[in-house]
Design a protein. Structure first.
Length: 183
């Protein structure tokens, strides 16, 4: 049985948004709670939530990023380190409310050892991105401070399997984006 951890990265400052996004409420639910519910419904085992200090997240293993100002890579490093005993790690960003459990489950189901599975929404790639912890370590070596897998995906396109999934991978980055999602 394949065991895939789903890591919700939710420690960012939300600089363009004007405040941390994990606590933002969309359709009556905090973004971090929504993302964790999606990860759980998709079968994540375990579900990890990398958050700012003092953020509680029911239903997830909470990992506090002591210095989230270092960027997304710092949160990803913490998630990969915490994903002990799993075959792969799926990464989901907190600010993508248009990605649901069916998309996460489909990308996780399509993942194969030694490969990288990536959600594809029409012509656009998005999260989740699923790969073994060793490949995530390779991605972290190549990533800039506020990046994740992008450089590895570019460097190793031969490993990438795109998986057609339903949903909308758009980030919620500005207050105008929040209005679009009913927040």
């Amino acid at each position: 049985m394949t065991r895939i951890a789903v890591a919700v990265l939710a420690a960012g400052a939300g600089t363009r948004f004007g405040r941390p996004k994990a606590e933002v409420v969309v359709a009556g639910e905090r973004l971090v709670d929504r993302a964790v519910a999606v990860a759980r419904a998709a079968g994540g085992d375990p579900v990890l939530a990398v958050v700012r200090a003092g953020t509680s997240v029911p239903g997830a293993v909470v990992i506090e990023n002591p210095d989230p100002g270092r960027g997304q890579r710092s949160s990803l490093e913490l998630a990969v380190s915490a994903a002990v005993g799993v075959d792969a790690v799926a990464v989901l960003l907190v600010d993508t409310p248009g990605i649901g459990a069916p998309a996460v489950a489909a990308v996780c189901a399509a993942w194969r050892p030694g490969r990288i599975a990536v959600g594809r929404y029409g012509a656009r790639r998005g999260h989740p991105i699923v790969m073994a912890p060793g490949l995530w370590t390779d991605a972290l070596r190549l990533a800039g401070p506020d990046e994740g897998a992008r450089a590895l995906l570019s460097a190793r396109p031969d490993l990438v399997d795109e998986v057609d999934v339903p949903g909308d991978p758009a980030d919620l980055d500005t207050p105008a984006d929040l209005a679009r999602w009913g927040g």
